[in-house]
Design a protein around this ligand. Structure first.
Ligand code: ADP
Ligand code: GN1
Ligand code: MG
Length: 371
């Protein structure tokens, strides 16, 4: 391991209020943004205690203090509801472990921001749907999350990433990246660039509706990937929604759509063989049913009608973001091989094309649950 990183981890471990004797740390999970580590401690009676330690990505999250204020606000709000409902607050919501100075994060001597979380035990975060019914349970959990936060004071939330799902603005950034072409890669990805340019209407769709006052902003998660939920190992129900960095006012359709983008795909987000990549309609239906149920009657008929558009918008936006990052030299998403962002962008565009081909089927499925 990089010595400097090891020293940083040690400093963070020493300055956050973990219980027990430190045993070891290891890199954990497959997130694209933060650096995540599993910490193992030994408690009383040689009991193993696990924690999550994260180095927050401060290039992306410019104001980590404000972000942590959001997380503290949302998790303490959820904690109260979970206790009232007789649930287990240690597992059903994220729990921040305070730093020794009482703050919810620790700033190390290099100026990096760290945070500790209770490890959600007896649960797994999946990178791919293993059993189809699991995807239904994931949908119920993300729907519930939105329902539970329906009355959360949205005005108190900071915007942790400006214009995070402002697809119109992201389209403009994409065009600029093509024009700047700082890595000289644009000529090699012309079909992908054209794919985006031909679909400006997708980028504008929700943004125009919002501008015209036709849509409701809700408190949403905004990053509803399958691996941002912990599924109970025994009941196989979604037990805890994690990765709360982007909880902000947003659109219900986008929370639905980002889950479809990732979880209803028949292949991994970075699959290189595009013949394996399709949007599975059985998974789409299971998610639709679960999400509408989980939202518990909070969604309007119009929002439900627009769910397929959420799926297409989020998939298009994500593909465009991967391609932008590729053009700009892979500085945003973590990459693990040459052309990784390009591979990712291609799967997203394949999915968009497949959704376009299956548009009527998607609309019919949604209609079935819209009453
Ligand atoms: P990123 O923002 O980089 O995606 P996440 O917060 O999603 O980071 O964390 C990365 C991974 O770490 C998750 O997908 C999950 O597998 C694991 N993880 C994060 N928080 C917890 C937790 N409290 N308990 C158990 N596993 C967790
Ligand atoms: C990032 O943090 P993670 O890996 O759950 C990204 C999402 C993208 C996703 C693509 C803060 O999610 O917006 O949809 O990668 N998160 C941020 O896999 O940009
Ligand atoms: Mg994540």
């Amino acid at each position: 391991m990089n010595i400097k990183l090891a020293e940083q981890i040690k400093e963070a471990v020493d300055n956050i209020c973990f219980t027990g004797t430190f045993v070891e740390d290891m890199p954990w999970g497959n997130g694209h943004i933060n650096d995540t580590f599993l910490l193992v401690f030994e408690g009383e009676d040689e009991k193993t205690i696990r924690y999550i330690l994260q180095r927050m990505n401060k290039n992306i999250f410019k104001e980590p203090e404000k972000l942590m204020e959001n997380i503290e606000g949302v998790t303490s709000y959820l904690r109260k509801i979970i206790i009232e409902n007789g649930g287990d607050p240690e597992r059903e919501t994220m729990n921040v472990i305070p730093a020794k100075d009482g703050k919810s994060y620790f700033v190390d001597s290099k100026g990096d921001y760290w945070r500790g979380y209770v490890f959600v035990v007896d649960a797994t975060s999946y990178d791919k749907v293993e059993k189809k019914e699991d995807f239904y349970e994931c949908a119920v959990a993300f729907g519930n999350f939105q329902r539970l936060l329906a009355d959360y004071p949205a005005a108190t939330l900071h915007e942790t990433i400006k214009g995070f799902h402002d697809t119109k603005a992201r389209f403009a950034v994409f065009k600029q990246a093509v024009a700047d072409d700082i890595c000289g890669r644009a000529a090699t990805v012309k079909p992908e660039i054209d794919f985006v340019l031909e679909r400006e209407d997708i980028a504008n769709y929700f943004c125009d509706m919002l501008e015209n006052g036709e849509l409701i902003l809700r408190v949403t998660h905004n990053d509803t990937k399958l691996n941002n939920i912990m599924m109970d190992n025994e009941t196989r129900k979604g037990v805890c929604v994690i990765d709360l960095d982007t909880v902000m006012p947003g659109l219900a359709m986008n929370d639905f759509g980002d889950s479809i983008r990732f979880g209803a795909s028949t292949a991994a987000e970075d699959e290189q063989d595009l013949d394996k990549v399709w949007c599975d309609m059985e998974l789409f239906e299971l998610y639709t049913k679960g999400f509408i149920e989980g939202c518990g009657g909070k969604l309007t008929q119009k929002e439900i009608e627009l769910l397929p558009m959420g799926a297409k918008t989020m998939t298009f936006e994500c593909g465009m973001r991967f391609l932008t990052d590729y053009l700009q030299g892979d500085t945003y998403f973590k990459t693990h091989r040459e052309g990784h962002n390009l591979d990712r962008c291609r799967t997203q565009f394949k999915l968009v094309s497949d959704m376009e081909a299956k548009w009527d089927i998607m609309a019919d499925i949604v209609k079935k649950y819209n009453n």
